[in-house]
Ligand binder design. Structure first.
Ligand code: SF4
Length: 61
């Protein structure tokens, strides 16, 4: 499973980064992005998606 962030809906709260710092990061534009080559098994991605307040993280195969 690979997380995909809906750029327009991200409000830059940083919750996903706190939860999965090896997968998500905040860019200079204060939007979250998925780190290239991220360790996707380093955290619970479903939980990370569930904690996003704007529900803009989806999980794709
Ligand atoms: S938790 Fe959601 S809204 Fe907050 S920074 Fe991450 S993707 Fe953006």
């Amino acid at each position: 499973m690979k997380p995909v962030i809906n750029y327009d809906d991200c409000e830059g709260c940083g919750t996903c980064v706190e939860y999965c710092p090896e997968v998500f990061a905040l860019g200079d534009d204060e939007k979250a992005y998925v780190i290239e080559g991220a360790k996707l098994d380093s955290c619970d991605l479903e939980e990370a998606a569930n904690t996003c307040p704007t529900e803009c993280i989806s999980l794709e195969d």
